[in-house]
Design a protein around this ligand. Structure first.
Ligand SMILES: [Zn+2]
Ligand SMILES: [Zn+2]
Length: 88
């Protein structure tokens, strides 16, 4: 009898949620400076290069956001960007 192990793609579906440092509400990683919808705190979102840990530059094109590392001189995939949130 053959059993189907149905490889789970669950891990891929989890987008690392960025949480408000103040109230742990979920934040939008696409905007750099934002106000938390829940606690109204001003939050600064920083995109970090997974390779060199430097801050990435956001390149906005046609509604999409790309991340570029000036240090590595390369475009960083959204999936590997690390986000940090700090209260302003
Ligand atoms: Zn909050
Ligand atoms: Zn880099």
């Amino acid at each position: 009898m053959e059993q189907d192990h149905g490889r789970s793609t669950f891990e891929e579906l989890i987008m690392e949620a960025l949480l408000c440092p103040s109230c742990q509400a979920e934040l939008d990683t696409r905007s750099k400076e934002q106000t938390c919808g829940q606690c109204q705190a001003n939050v600064r979102v920083t995109a970090i290069c997974p390779t060199c840990q430097q801050e990435l530059e956001r390149l906005k094109a046609c509604g999409a956001v790309d991340y570029f590392c000036n240090h590595c001189n390369s475009l960083i995939s959204k999936r590997s960007v690390q986000f940090k949130a700090a209260l302003v």
